[in-house]
Design a binder for this molecule. Sequence first.
Ligand SMILES: Cc1ncc(COP(=O)(O)O)c(C=O)c1O
Length: 391
Amino acid sequence: MLHLKRQLPYRPTERMNVVSYPIRDIVMEAKREEAKGRKMIYLNIGDPPQYGFPSFRVISDKVKEALEANFNGYAPSEGDEELRNTVSKIEKCGPGDVFAVAGLTEGIDFFFHSFIGFGEKVLLPNPVYPLYLSKAKQFEGECVFYRHDADGQIDIGYLAKKVEGAKAMVIINPNNPLGSVYSEKNLSEAVKLCAEFDVPIFYDGSYDQLILEGKQIDFRKIARGKIPFIYGSSLSKDFSYPGARIGWVAFHGDKWSEVKNAFFLLCNQRLSVNWEYQKAAAAAIVDPSYPGYVSEMRKKLLERRNTFIKMAGKLPLSFPVPKGAFYAFIKIETKRWKKDIEFVRAALKKGVVFVPGSGFGRQEDGVYFRTTFLPEPDIIEKAFSAIKSIL
Ligand SMILES: Cc1ncc(COP(=O)(O)O)c(C=O)c1O
């Protein structure tokens, strides 16, 4: 028998103890270094336009059109009809199963708010994009972690020991921070386990077009009819337009009527998402020039990833080779550092900004940090040359 007790009374400011975002938290320290006159290379955040990846042009063109067309009221709370229709065709679900959100960030927030109750287990990858940790804590869920093999694939044997009793499993593919792209076999095995133990999946497809090596797998085809799942994505990464703050979630399967009702309430409460950008999203995601655009983006990313591998490969570091997205999760293979934050601070003194590995969940077997490989090759070379002396 499980005895769980809430810690009451609860002062509002105490709630803030669980709110953190290590990817940006480190920037305050970096800015202090910058104020002393040090030039910094920011490898902490996955913000593609900052590193010369142009946003998908159709979006700004369509925003301009929408501005002229006076979409300046509140949009329908759950999302613009045209956007919901367009997404529903891609997702092969009904328009009523689709919600527009302010970046997938809001979709993740709504998901935890509406589905994860006090003490309920949520299966998260370790390492994990930090927002999931923060939201699980905020809504008082219990995090249970699954792990990866040396190649960055889900360790299915380990997952089999953890899956029972979970309220939901989160899959991020391609993965942030690992950069791994799960194989069809790997995803099918995870789905099979979830089906066996009746665990629905929240699938974070933020980077689903950014596969640099290997073939693109449609998770929906693997999971449809086998388990209930939610598929989320946004304009931020695949379209290099994080400032648009437009994302969407699509509900699949017949488990979700209460959760969808909760999404309606949450959407109503925040009134709406920017209407012009929703109109632009509706056009952009089916624009015929998108495949050409994203293929250029992948080409550029691959070159930068290869530079990263060349440079990091010369250092006492290990990591699964990133095959998608634009990050690597790196283990330091020397004994010099006991704590990741100490290494990250030493890197700041060398003018390079990384994120400590512990920001992505507790790492038991060593000291880790995360980098992005978005910058131009010469900047990546400079950054990894600069940290050589502190490893
Ligand atoms: C895995 C993952 N999910 C969700 C997000 C949130 O992105 P957005 O709110 O910009 O769509 C990010 C942002 O970095 C991410 O890496």
